[in-house]
Design a protein around this ligand. Sequence first.
Ligand code: COA
Length: 333
Amino acid sequence: MNKITAAITATGSYVPDFVLSNKVLETLVDTNDEWITSRTGIKERRILKEEGQGTSYLAIQAAKNLIEKANIDPKEIDMVILCTATPDMLVASTGVYVASQIGATNAFAYDLQAACSSFLFGMSTASAYVESGKYKKVLLIGADKMSSIIDYTDRSTCIIFGDGAGAVLFEPNHEGLGLQDEFLRSDGVGREFLKIDAGGSILPSSEETVKNKQHFVHQDGKTVFKYAVSGMADVSEKIMERNNLVKEDINWLVAHQANRRIIDATANRIGLEEDKVLINIEKYGNTTSATLPLLLGDFESKLKKGDNIIFAAFGGGFTWGAIYLKWAYNSNK
Ligand code: COA
């Protein structure tokens, strides 16, 4: 086969050691373990506690984990795309710093932001660079320090989010494995329902914005939930249909981990049994850009060469979509 496809050839991941359990959240806000577990599926999440460490720290650890596992020379990496909604700082690109820190000195780098769909959209971007034939090793990282933008007195958000990072390497494949198709969507109607009001160009930071807690994530959970359920299920169904895939053809659903009920709704719509749905939301909560690569990291040993995987995500903006990918290797773990 002559056409170059873009395949994932390695994964890496990292979560901080500190565990924030539902039990501890019960002491911070008016909530309880039973409510959180039944409404979201989350039992605990990881938090990066060390002062002075930002999203780059998480991303660097995940990238180093991949480099070590795959035994590659970071100098061979052509580009680094860092998917994140929580960059270290505004303006100076976090991905650039990460690339330098991991020794990817021959790479160029930048950040990609599409809220919880960042990594999914990043998979499309990374693949396109590889398919073009211009670049051979594209490192795609998803990392978010969500704890830096969460109000731990707001029970509608603090129970959901956690910190983490994951990375994958995209390389050319000549056996037709890797990314097969994508269906990516966005709709500005979502801007009102999930956002951080201040600190951007519309409402720059001021004493007032800090006092009003406008630097934290605010969401209308019910509305986001409604859009997420139909959005993620619709695109998953659509990508299967247009690739003539039936449920028996699908080996795994790798879906954004925002709420167990949203994942279950997507799995139900495409008729997948539970054992084909990768889930780790109970351990990490919603890590935004890191959920998909953290799933690949956790379940890598189950994935077999040629497996058909449907990736799906939904995020702020709104942004959402699905990707159909054929897994390219057997892990030797
Ligand atoms: N603990 C206990 N009770 C809570 C609570 C909490 N943490 N949060 C809300 N409640 C209460 C509400 O006040 C409400 O009480 P009321 O009926 O007396 O008014 C009740 O529980 C139901 O609230 P509701 O907001 O309807 O719950 P929900 O079932 O929609 O679940 C979310 C809330 C946030 C878990 C859910 O809406 C969700 O997951 N939304 C999508 C979030 C998401 O995916 N965001 C990221 C996008 S990628």
